[in-house]
Design a binder for this molecule. Structure first.
Ligand code: PLP
Length: 504
């Protein structure tokens, strides 16, 4: 067995009301989320005193006699950096068994493999596309696994239960769903699963909320799943996945541990080290993501150029009450303090992670113009990094879904998804406002208009200058070029509309 780096003692997993029965009798302590994120698996090095764990790149480890080793044999089976990361992941999720994989998708593959053949998986209907593809195309076609996709948000108990089969072994929840940010009531689905004779495991993909905002294991889930690639690593430089299980699932964890090694989709020590470094600031980043996203969501909501904003922290979201009541205890503490300090009592909005979707007035053309008019939000897939990203799901992340199905899921051509980063709040709000203006304001006449003079920087006469932000250096007298009748100052991005094909 590999030694799990211990932080004080095994009771680090005793958190936030998690049952003490299945842990040990050591004195429990109650370090908060951020303290655990920083310290678990990161004790000062015994030999050198280094406060950061060294990166252990070795693939193999010396044995003093056959089978007599220090807990590490071969790096695929375990190495100090992966073990350290796994222990802190388990701790911040309120679980005991943490397992890291080379991607979220590799974690999906390993979990589904653990179920065996002849099984049925019941999944939330708008599950992450890669998860759908794995279950349907890989497990379905290569392993004989069957699957159904159910609206776990709106269907009543009876309808959901009727989708269970005698061989349903896994319920796959994602909450909020992507990109329409619908919430699944986790305790409700856990209750339904437990009431069914097939006793399926309940897995929650917690990628969007992270253990900072949501603790699915404490809500009764059997497995919590992450694409570590997103918020947990948080810096858009590692692809990785993980699962965490509670103490009472030791046998299942053992099976997954076997498969982790036997299938071999493991992360490198270096990536494990990077992800652990990223994770140490998860609590700080998630607060900032939430505060920024709320400000951007409010700006979108008050814009005349926006049809609809989807953010569970806004009172207009149909499930905002569920979002609030399912906040983890540490997030609730943060949210309540934030509201006390920042909002009036009648403002019921609150920070709730960093993902927003909204429908811009118009269609694909306006959406594309918005996405090429932002200065700080980068047009790109993925999410959860410190930098803000924007994308149009219908043509990018969800482009493989047939149009009719997309329509049913509410993923129209004017739906834009934002991953709000941790830049300064005002800069992000300003960027969104100017991009909306550039995207939806009546478009300029095709004829070239007056273009002389250093102040004529708007797209047409009377338009406010595009570089009006007091925060941005305006290059007075700098290089400018004339494009389609616009005078563009150096440094300002040309607001042309690329063809849809170029987004792929
Ligand atoms: C990205 C993502 C995955 C897949 O993770 P990879 O690390 O890209 O393999 C799974 N679920 C959600 C919600 C994701 O966003």
């Amino acid at each position: 067995m590999s030694p799990v780096p211990s932080y004080f003692d095994k009771s680090t997993t005793l958190v936030d009301g998690h049952s003490t029965a299945d842990v040990n009798s050591l004195k429990p302590h109650h370090d908060g989320f951020g303290t655990r994120a920083v310290h678990v698996g990161s004790e000062p090095n015994k030999e050198t005193g280094a406060v950061v764990p060294p990166i252990s790149l070795a693939t193999t480890y010396k044995q003093d006699g056959v089978g007599n080793h220090k807990g590490f044999v071969y790096s695929r089976s375990g190495n100090p950096n992966r073990n350290a990361l796994e222990s802190v992941l388990a701790s911040i999720e309120g679980g005991v068994h943490g397992l890291a994989f080379s991607s979220g998708t590799a974690a999906t593959a390993t979990v589904v493999n653990a179920l065996g053949s002849d099984v049925h998986i019941l999944s939330v209907n708008d599950v992450y596309g890669g998860t759908y593809r794995y279950i349907k195309r890989v497990a379905g076609e290569c392993q004989g696994v069957t699957s159904s996709y159910v609206n776990l948000q709106d269907e009543d108990d009876k309808a959901i239960l009727s989708a269970f089969r005698p061989n349903t072994k896994l319920v796959w929840i994602e909450s909020p769903t992507n990109p329409t940010l619908r919430l699944v009531d986790i305790p409700r689905i856990v209750r339904l699963a437990k009431s069914h004779p097939s006793k399926p495991l309940v897995l929650v993909d917690n990628t969007f909320l992270t253990p900072f905002y949501s603790s699915p294991l404490l809500q009764g889930a059997d497995i919590v799943y992450h694409s570590v690639t997103k918020y947990i690593n948080g810096h858009s430089d590692v692809v990785m996945g993980a699962v965490v299980l509670p103490a009472h699932h030791a046998a299942l964890a053992e099976k997954l541990r076997f498969l982790q090694n036997a299938i071999g989709a493991v992360p490198s020590p270096y990536d494990s080290w990077l992800a652990q470094r990223g994770l140490k600031t998860l609590h700080l980043r998630m607060r900032a993501h939430g505060v920024n996203a709320l400000a951007v969501a409010k700006a979108l909501q008050s814009s005349p150029y926006v049809e609809d904003v989807l953010y569970p922290g806004l009172p207009s979201h149909p499930q905002t009450a569920l979002a609030y009541r399912s906040l983890s205890s540490h997030a609730l503490k943060f949210v309540e303090k934030y509201r006390k300090d920042n909002s009036s009592p009648e403002d019921a909005s609150f920070p709730y992670s960093g993902m927003i979707s909204f429908r811009i007035k118009g269609g694909a053309e306006e959406a594309n113009r918005f996405l090429t008019s932002t200065r700080l939000f980068t047009l790109a897939e993925s999410l959860g990094g410190v930098e803000s990203l924007a994308e149009v799901p219908a043509q990018m992340t969800h482009g493989s879904i047939p149009p009719a199905e997309r329509e049913l899921l509410g993923i129209g051509d004017n739906l834009i998804r934002l991953s709000v980063g941790v830049e300064e709040t005002e800069d992000l709000v300003h960027d969104i406002e100017q991009a909306l203006e550039a995207a939806v304001r009546p478009q300029p006449p095709r004829e070239p208009s007056i273009t002389t003079g250093p102040t004529a920087v708007g797209p047409w006469p009377g338009h406010p200058p595009l570089m009006s932000s007091p925060k941005l250096p305006v290059h007075q007298g700098g290089k400018s070029s004339i494009i389609r009748g616009w005078v563009l100052k150096a440094g300002f991005r040309r607001p042309t509309v690329p063809s849809l094909a170029s987004f792929r």
